[in-house]
Design a protein around this ligand. Structure first.
Ligand code: ADP
Ligand code: TYD
Length: 206
């Protein structure tokens, strides 16, 4: 049976992932595609409950190891309840973040925990996106944008600028290691220019 395409957006906090994933979803829908737009952490009722646990409160509320378990648990539910059924029905799934976020936020910021992340991923998730847009941008600007939203979900922004710089380096490394599915996008431009770039890149990979 034909399955749909699984597309993810990744990058540091405030880099424009939500804006660009919504724009791509809207343009694919306008062209008649059946698109499911989703996000992590969250994307299913159970995973949204875990979202609240991981995104609110003190930065040191959870260790990186505990976070790996919580994000993987939420991803497993998201996959079972939302992503897999939609792909099996032939729909295009666009997710604002997925496993690459765990590889970078939990795997490469507070010690090298990448092995642990990878082991749990292969045990519990075992699925990669078909295409990943990694939006790269200046962490100083992105952090200002993110905090200006006052979302109340700022636990990771509250780790500060050097944490965001480490994340940026982690995403750049990931893009280099996975050129088959990752496309690096320059996020230091206006939204319309970035969206046009993403649309062109998407078309060239379709
Ligand atoms: P993310 O999902 O990566 O956190 P968002 O798409 O929510 O990023 O964008 C964060 C904030 O920055 C929002 O207020 C959004 O309107 C704004 N924004 C997004 N893209 C751009 C851009 N290219 N230029 C200026 N502001 C932007
Ligand atoms: P998101 O709502 O996309 O935040 P933002 O709009 O600021 O980019 O994601 C919530 C936060 O959760 C974000 O700071 C990244 C973090 N996160 C992880 O640390 N690990 C993960 O596996 C995922 C999916 C998100």
């Amino acid at each position: 049976m034909a399955t749909g395409r699984f597309i993810t957006f990744e990058g540091i906090d405030g880099s424009g992932k939500s804006t660009q994933s919504r724009t791509l979803a809207a343009s694919l829908k306008a062209n008649g595609a059946d698109v499911v737009m989703t996000r992590e952490p969250g994307g299913s009722p159970g995973a949204e409950e875990i979202r609240h646990l991981v995104l609110t409160g003190d930065p040191d509320r959870w260790s990186a190891e505990t976070e790996i378990l919580l994000f993987t648990a939420s991803r497993r539910d998201h996959l079972e309840k939302t992503i897999n059924p939609a792909l099996a029905a032939g729909k295009t799934v666009i997710s604002d973040r997925f496993a690459d976020s765990t590889r970078v936020y939990q795997g490469a910021t507070r010690g090298d925990l990448r092995d642990m992340v990878d082991q749990l991923h292969s045990l519990m998730i075992g699925r990669e996106p078909d295409l990943t847009f990694i939006i790269d941008m200046d962490p100083t600007v992105a952090l200002k944008r993110g905090l200006a939203r006052n979302s109340g979900e700022d636990r990771f922004e509250d780790f500060g600028l050097s944490f965001q710089q480490t994340l940026r380096a982690g995403f750049l490394k990931l893009a280099k290691q996975n050129p088959d599915r990752c496309i690096l996008i320059d996020g230091n431009r206006d939204s319309e220019t970035i969206a046009a770039d993403i649309a062109t890149q998407f078309a060239s990979r379709s």
